[in-house]
Design a protein around this ligand. Structure first.
Ligand code: ZN
Length: 117
């Protein structure tokens, strides 16, 4: 395992990500293990880049702005970002996505992120 704090993101089919989110709320062991795995090891907050230690922060699911199909982008956010209002967080994510994908514009529903564990 890497000893560095780096931003780790993973892609998942959107419907599968939503299924896992729902299942984890019901305590499904497989889904809980999936989100625990997202939080495992060192990482970085997707929103502010803060370093995260093992099991720190919360998993978040956002629609991948770089995908043509509905794809989920799964990362972590720190506790501080998790406590932001969704408007502030959405604003930060829009800025971030514009930096990641030049020419990207907010489509309806595209910046309604922050489903999180
Ligand atoms: Zn953060």
């Amino acid at each position: 395992m890497s000893d560095e704090h780096e931003l780790k993101l993973l892609n998942l089919d959107w419907h599968e990500a939503m299924r896992l989110d729902r299942a984890s709320k019901k305590g499904d062991p497989e889904a809980l293990a999936f989100f625990a795995d997202v939080r495992s090891g060192k990482g970085q907050c997707l929103i502010c880049g803060a370093n995260l230690e093992d099991d720190e922060g919360v998993a978040m699911i956002v629609p991948d702005p770089g995908a043509s199909e509905l794809l989920a982008l799964i990362g972590r956010q720190c506790v501080e970002c998790n406590s932001l209002t969704w408007q502030v967080r959405a604003h930060k994510l829009i800025k971030l996505f514009k930096a990641m994908y030049p020419g990207w514009h907010v489509a309806r529903g595209s910046a309604r992120p922050a489903i999180r564990r």
